[in-house]
Design a protein around this ligand. Structure first.
Ligand code: ATP
Ligand code: LTN
Length: 331
């Protein structure tokens, strides 16, 4: 029965506190997909070191990210949840694929341009070849679908291009993956500057909501969210702040934008912002409670990801051996 279910893969970097953007744009789908598909999810620690990490804090973030995935409801029995660096095939395949990736195509990646501007003192080669490692993550597991936020679409396209190029030379080695991007919440915007995406690395903490923020902090951040002066609650291009709040409210309540507009007809931004904050806090509360149980039992957490590492190892080894044979390595 496992065989004919479509394969899903996604990863998340343990690069800080996970945000409402990560949750709505990606993680909510990870949970929703696990009953229908054969899912593999990883903590992308190798990707996270493209930006300098402080070792002790980094280690905690890796544990915390794994615990949060479990708290969200990812079931490690039904799926594979593992730590990227524990499966060496990711680094090995990334090297091989880098020889089938052009310098020019990597130079066009907008995330590389943004991140190298932001970390101008550390424009390392890993930051540049980041999409190749991401392609290796995806292609190793012969993934059909990759649930991500809209910001990762370009990286998915390059993974498809690399796979297509490789298949063209060597025959059908890789499944060509499709992105799976939510209709609502594909790009949750900063609460302080709704023209920028909500990002956990934004130094203005009022611009993002962490999945683990307290109810008070969540409501305070929404109360301070930047909107505009006309007090109309509707989606419109010239109202990015209000549109973003409507998107967030829709994503957590399941209501359409029209229903939200009707619900707040005649009410002001003040009431609306509190309602959004309360709905978000309500959605996150059970996750926060479960998180505490997983993070306080390191032994259980380690057992879970070790089991995942092993399952991932076997699946990855199969593809890597095939690739090595096709390329002409002696096995
Ligand atoms: P950073 O902000 O440090 O660059 P990130 O949050 O963009 O990190 P990841 O943690 O690896 O990067 O992202 C995990 C997933 O969350 C990805 O699928 C990404 O598309 C999604 N995501 C991140 N930010 C948002 C956002 N603001 N809106 C929707 N989806 C998002
Ligand atoms: N680059 C991604 C994280 C990531 C990923 C992946 C997502 C690493 N490997 C494989 C999907 C599939 C990001 O969201 N920043």
């Amino acid at each position: 029965m496992e065989e004919n279910r479509k394969k899903v893969l996604s990863c998340i970097q343990p690069s800080g506190m996970l945000t409402l953007g990560n949750y709505i744009g990606a993680l909510k789908n990870w949970v929703a997909m696990q009953n229908e598909f054969d899912c593999t999810y990883a903590v992308a620690d190798l990707h996270a070191i493209t930006v300098r990490q402080e070792p002790a804090k980094f280690r905690q973030q890796i544990y915390s990210t794994a615990a949060l995935l479990l708290a969200l409801g990812i079931d490690p029995e039904k799926n594979t949840m593992f730590i990227q660096s524990h499966v060496a095939a990711h680094s090995e395949l990334a090297w091989i694929l880098s020889c089938y990736t052009q310098f020019g195509e990597l130079s066009r990646m907008t995330q590389f341009k943004d991140k190298s501007a932001k970390h101008a003192d550390n424009v390392n080669v890993g930051l540049f070849s980041y999409p190749v490692l991401m392609a290796a993550d995806i292609l190793l597991y012969q993934s059909d679908l990759v649930p991500v936020g809209a910001d990762q679409k370009q990286h998915l396209e390059i993974a498809r291009d690399i796979a297509t190029r490789f298949n063209h030379v060597y025959g059908d080695v890789f499944t060509i993956p499709e992105p799976y991007i939510p209709k609502i919440g594909a790009r949750v915007m900063s609460l302080q500057d709704p023209t920028k995406k909500m990002s956990k690395s934004d130094e203005n903490i009022n611009s993002w909501v962490a999945i683990l923020d307290s109810k008070d902090d969540i409501i305070r951040k929404f109360k301070r969210a930047v909107t505009d002066s006309d007090n109309r609650i509707c989606v419109s291009e010239d109202k990015p702040g209000v549109s973003n709040l409507i998107g967030i409210y829709s994503a957590v309540t399941g209501k359409s934008a029209e229903q939200v507009t009707a619900e707040f007809e005649g009410k002001g931004y003040g009431d609306f912002k509190i309602a959004v904050g309360e709905a978000v806090a309500e959605e996150l509360k059970p996750i926060q409670e479960r998180y505490q149980t997983f993070i306080s039992d390191k032994k259980q957490l380690e057992d879970i990801y070790r089991q995942g590492d092993e399952k991932a190892f076997y699946a990855a080894r199969k593809t890597l051996s095939k690739v090595k044979k096709k390329v002409g390595f002696v096995l």
